[in-house]
Design a protein around this ligand. Structure first.
Ligand code: GCO
Ligand code: MG
Length: 460
């Protein structure tokens, strides 16, 4: 039992950015029964022909805030110099995931064979009995990405090669445009077009409401991801469905009149509507031929997608708040959506995303993985490795990371002529500079919240 593995001084890590090491103690506490024989492991023969057996020797959890908070997982192995880096960032609950990784998950990994990616995924998902949820699934994603990174490095191949090889030249990317009025949004879409984007999301502030999702943080299309909303406590926005429902179709009417039909446009309703409002919006947007309408309903109400579907041919995307494969099943198997847009960082990483993608393929649903600034470069890289190796990829949300983030967590995918490209280096292509990370300590930050005019709670 690695129960006491360094519990004392590592408590300190929660107070600032830092590196948490679990080397040594936990490994020594395990009776080593042979290859891979750690607690909860199955004895199995070595599978990597010609290469010596590998063991996880250390798990480091790095919390850093180079512009906004990120949680990185660095898994060290018994092969000198061979390690993997994963991203376990959950916006606004970073320390809960870091603590899960450090206190509960890392001790289980020491001594284990890092090549057994699926087995480790199953063990960590089903092993604790309590399963799913954003905190646990983000922690799993951090581990999963680091393991795929190790596998790629060991094989000497970029991860997409291990997933079956290329199916396309790059991942069609979309940018974000937003503004206080239609002209500002139009300007934003034009800038995205000039930069080479073929797809752009459009969000506009709603007159009379204070703050509107998607119109403040990333207001400069084609530029770096906006600053994290680092406020001591969450801000409060105001939302009313009626003005929102009247404004959005007019925005797209404006954009189509000014920009024509060529540019692909999409919109994120951000889980704020009820079923009949969602159906109305989808129907009213039909003439403007959106690439898709995103998250019209809250994730709990999968059944309600049927109503939206029955009333409109506007393509629908959903999934960034899903945490498991089974969250995706109802919408996919009934073809109630056209794009599944899970967050690889919150559904357990590449291992689970491949299954979601394969399930979607069988029902003619395409992927559109979540790619905001609040997940780190390793997840963005993982998105693209999957995008370019599956047959049913749709589109990829992307951001440009600020310089400080690029220095601390280098290797994010590159943008070229409308597409995202991963680096051709072995593994995921991303890394973490642990020394530099220490210069950017964690800062408490929350997502905004929202209320209705009568003061009641509203989804943001
Ligand atoms: C998107 C998302 C984000 C989320 C954010 C929350 O489509 O990019 O909706 O903007 O709000 O990831 O942390
Ligand atoms: Mg969204």
């Amino acid at each position: 039992m690695p129960s006491n593995a360094g519990s004392g001084n590592r408590r300190e890590f929660l107070k600032s950015a830092g590196t948490v090491s679990l080397a040594g103690t936990a490994a020594l506490a395990q009776p080593l029964l042979g290859r891979g024989a750690v607690s909860g492991d199955a004895p199995r023969p070595a599978s990597t022909a010609g290469l010596p057996p590998l063991k996880i020797t250390d798990v480091r959890v790095i919390v850093t805030c180079p512009g906004r908070n990120y949680v990185l997982v660095k898994i060290m192995t018994s092969e000198p110099g061979l390690y993997g880096v994963g991203d376990a960032t959950l916006n606004g609950r970073e320390l809960a995931v870091a603590s899960d990784l450090e206190k509960h998950i890392a001790p289980l990994l020491i001594g284990r064979d890092p090549e057994a990616v699926e087995d480790i995924y199953q063990f960590l998902y089903r092993g604790p009995y309590w399963r799913g949820g954003p905190i646990q699934m983000t922690a799993l994603a951090g581990v999963d990405l680091a393991l795929w990174d190790i596998k790629g490095k060991r094989a000497g191949m970029p991860v997409y090669q291990l997933l079956g090889g290329r199916t396309r030249i790059g991942a069609l990317a979309y940018d974000h445009a937003s503004g206080n009025d239609f002209a500002e949004v139009e300007d934003g879409v034009r800038k995205a077009m000039e930069r080479g984007f073929k797809v752009c999301r459009a969000q506009v502030a709603i007159a009379g409401l204070q703050g509107t999702y998607g119109t403040s943080a990333r207001s400069k299309p084609g530029e770096v991801a906006g600053p994290a909303p680092i406020t001591d406590l969450p801000s409060t926005e105001l939302f009313e469905p009626e003005p929102y429902l009247r404004t959005i179709p007019r925005l797209f009417a404006h954009l189509r009149t000014k920009l024509g039909e060529e540019m692909e446009l999409l919109h994120d309703a951000h889980e704020r509507l009820n079923p009949v409002q969602a159906a109305r919006l989808a129907k009213d947007l039909e003439p403007y031929h959106l690439f898709y309408l995103e998250d019209v309903l809250r994730p709990e109400y999968k059944e309600s997608f049927r109503l939206v579907r029955e009333h409109s041919t506007t393509p629908l995307a959903m999934g960034e708040l899903f945490n498991t494969l089974w969250d995706c099943v109802p919408l996919i198997k009934e073809q109630l959506i056209d794009f599944i847009r899970c967050d690889l960082g919150h559904i357990g990483g590449i291992t689970n995303a491949r299954k979601v993608a394969a399930l979607a393929e069988a029902f003619q649903v395409q992927t559109a993985w979540h790619g905001p600034a609040d997940i780190g470069p390793p997840t963005h890289a993982a998105n693209v490795h999957v995008d370019i190796s599956i047959p049913n990829f749709g589109v990829q949300e992307m951001v440009f990371f600020p310089e400080a983030t690029q220095e601390v967590i280098p290797g994010a995918p590159e943008f070229k002529d409308g597409y995202m490209m991963v680096r051709e280096t072995p593994g995921l292509g991303t890394d973490v500079n642990e020394e530099l990370a220490k210069k950017y300590p964690y800062q408490r930050a929350y997502l905004p919240t929202a209320r209705r005019k009568d003061g009641s709670v509203q989804d943001w």
